[in-house]
Design a protein around this ligand. Structure first.
Ligand SMILES: Cc1ncc(COP(=O)(O)O)c(C=O)c1O
Length: 388
């Protein structure tokens, strides 16, 4: 049984974000939804209304916790999913990133043990690596997420201070933990005094009826909850939220030191967007689009990728975790694909172990246009078959 270890992050968010801005690429690598998915007309109306109806509020300083009406709207959305959090118990953040960053900083000291999924979102790993904690990776071996027997054994032994988990449509695996497992996980964490940091950024894209966030099984004592509207509305408005639980005051203080408060204009406009009750119908549209794109990508991968390729089919969202046969060197395939202007995410970026052979890749099937998706995957399939 491996002991927790400190690590140097393998991937840097900065590099990925710069790559995402390259317009000449067929970008199967990015973690963002297509521009087609952004509800531009409704957002324009919301921003116009923010300017015309509340210019002084929208252009001024405001409380570090965020626009109160926006927090009320979000609290109402949370309540529908079983999360009981008042507006006073949440802080609006600059994307989910700021919420994750602040909570990791508050909850884990250098040298302490922090558990995470393996694979996990590379920016979370970067934050953990830079914070000097010792990592306890928990393998995600199937689309139902981490194995709870293993979690119970490892937590009993290593008593991690914190477990950062993306339990719904985990990035990159797409794994989604069933409700029973969520409840059992909270019990395990209570026994070992491990705090859970639930990153629910993909929660509203899940296509499983009745799925409940982990936070709905707790009152905020052991679970802190972060999410944003980057994957459901628009990443550029940077509206995220943190329900820290016991640490609300400390989190608000830290956030205030970082940026005083998030962009008031975006918060006011986003409040108006939510008041217009646009998000639910938009989510239905998104889910249908994501389903079509996943199906399209699946058919092309099955047709063009080498025999022995397996795809983890997620219950929602737009990211596919694809494992190709072991002999293929993903790094070589990545460089060859770049020469043909196709980018994908190399699986190793989502792991902390420096030497593990990772033969997986993450494919975004929403960001490229449908034509680009077909062209990009056909090109990639040809490169992979030639690499065998
Ligand atoms: C799991 C996960 N958490 C957080 C983020 C960052 O979200 P935001 O753009 O809201 O900062 C992402 C973005 O890809 C993500 O996949």
């Amino acid at each position: 049984m491996a002991s927790p270890y400190q690590f140097t992050p393998r991937a840097r968010l900065l590099d990925f974000m710069r790559q995402a801005g390259n317009p000449s690429l067929i970008n199967l690598a990015a973690g963002l939804p297509s521009v087609e998915c952004v509800p531009k007309a409704a957002l324009k109306r919301a921003f116009d209304a923010a300017f015309s109806e509340e210019p002084d509020v929208a252009l001024g300083y405001h409380t570090p916790d965020g626009d109160y009406g926006l927090r009320q709207q979000i609290a109402a959305r949370f309540a529908r999913r079983g999360i009981s959090v008042t507006p006073e118990e949440m802080v609006i953040t600059t994307g989910c990133t700021q919420a994750l960053h602040g909570m990791i900083r508050l909850l884990a000291e250098p040298g302490e043990v922090v558990a995470c999924e393996a694979p996990a979102y590379y920016a979370t790993l970067e934050m953990l690596g830079d914070s000097g904690v010792r990592i306890l990776p928990l393998p995600v071996r199937d689309p139902r997420g981490v194995d709870l027997d293993l979690v119970a054994t490892l937590f009993e032994r290593f008593r991690p201070k914190l477990f950062v988990i993306c339990a719904t449509l985990s990035n990159p695996s797409g794994a989604t933990m069933p409700n029973e497992a969520r409840c059992a996980l909270v019990d395990i964490c209570r026994k070992t005094d491990t705090h859970l940091l639930e990153d629910d950024i993909y929660g509203e894209l899940s296509e499983i009826d009745g799925l409940r966030p982990i936070r709905s099984y707790d009152d905020g004592s052991i679970v802190s909850y972060v999410m944003s509207f980057s994957k459901t509305v628009a990443p550029g408005i940077r509206v995220g939220v943190c329900a820290p639980g016991r640490n609300t005051e400390r989190f608000a203080q830290l956030k205030c030191q970082q940026d005083m408060h998030s962009a008031t204009l975006c918060e006011v406009a986003f409040r108006k967007y939510l008041e217009g009750a646009h998000l639910d119908s938009h989510l239905l549209y998104l889910k249908e689009l994501n389903r079509q794109r996943r199906q399209m990508a699946r058919e092309i991968i099955e047709k063009y990728f080498p025999e022995g390729t397996s795809i983890w089919i997620p219950a929602g969202g737009f990211l596919l975790w694809v494992e190709v046969p072991q002999p293929i060197d993903i790094e070589v395939a990545y460089q060859a694909a770049l020469l043909k202007n196709v980018a994908f995410s190399r699986g190793k970026a989502f792991f902390t172990t420096p030497d593990a052979k990772v033969s997986s890749m993450r494919i975004n099937c929403s960001c490229p246009t449908a034509n680009q998706l077909v062209q990009g995957l056909e090109t990639l399939g040809k490169i992979l078959r030639e690499s065998l």
